[in-house]
Design a protein around this ligand. Structure first.
Ligand code: ADP
Length: 162
């Protein structure tokens, strides 16, 4: 079976991520979305909260599975016999970092994994979790960027932090 992974912090998941998940799910028989916990990162949402939000957003896509993960993605993939990584590419600024990651993953996996870049939709080209958090902290309207149920959770979280 052809299985792909799409990994990210999803802090929080946005409509841009969901678009990539929907498109990657069409390209593979199964798509595993890995919600990463990077110990060097300061997240707004806990790993569990991020996982719950991702699950809610993909619950109607039958071939998508959601897992949480800490460590090297290629190790996770090796354990499961997966060789395909999907990444979303937005503006040129993503390209350098994503290319470096793709090279590193190729090298540390001994050439076993392949990275496929999916271009962001034009309307989501400049959408990031960072921008969503900024807008949320300043009381802005998030409906363009987040599904309704996630919008509520983000607003609640922000209020709890003020
Ligand atoms: P990371 O911490 O790995 O950067 P993110 O959750 O920010 O995690 O992003 C995960 C993946 O989703 C990356 O490949 C990123 O380029 C992509 N991505 C993020 N936002 C968008 C968007 N608006 N449109 C398309 N791809 C996106």
């Amino acid at each position: 079976m052809q299985i792909g992974v799409y990994s990210g912090s999803f802090d929080p998941i946005t409509k841009g991520h969901i678009d990539i998940i929907e498109r990657a799910a069409k390209l593979s028989e199964k798509l595993i979305v890995t919600v990463l916990n990077n110990i060097n990162k300061n997240y707004m949402f806990t790993l569990e909260e991020r996982e719950v939000m991702v699950r809610e957003c993909v619950k109607n896509i039958p071939n998508v599975e959601v897992v949480t993960f800490q460590g090297l993605l290629v190790d996770f993939m090796k354990d499961k016999g997966i060789t395909l990584i999907y990444r979303g590419i937005r503006a040129v600024s993503d390209y350098e970092y994503e290319l470096a990651m793709a090279f590193a993953n190729d090298e540390i996996s001994g050439g076993k994994v392949e990275t496929i870049f999916i271009p962001a939709k034009k309307k989501y080209m400049y959408l990031s979790s960072t921008i969503v958090r900024e807008i949320a902290m300043n009381g802005g309207n998030l409906s363009l960027y987040l599904p309704k149920n996630i919008e509520k959770k983000v607003e609640k979280k922000v209020k709890s932090k003020l």
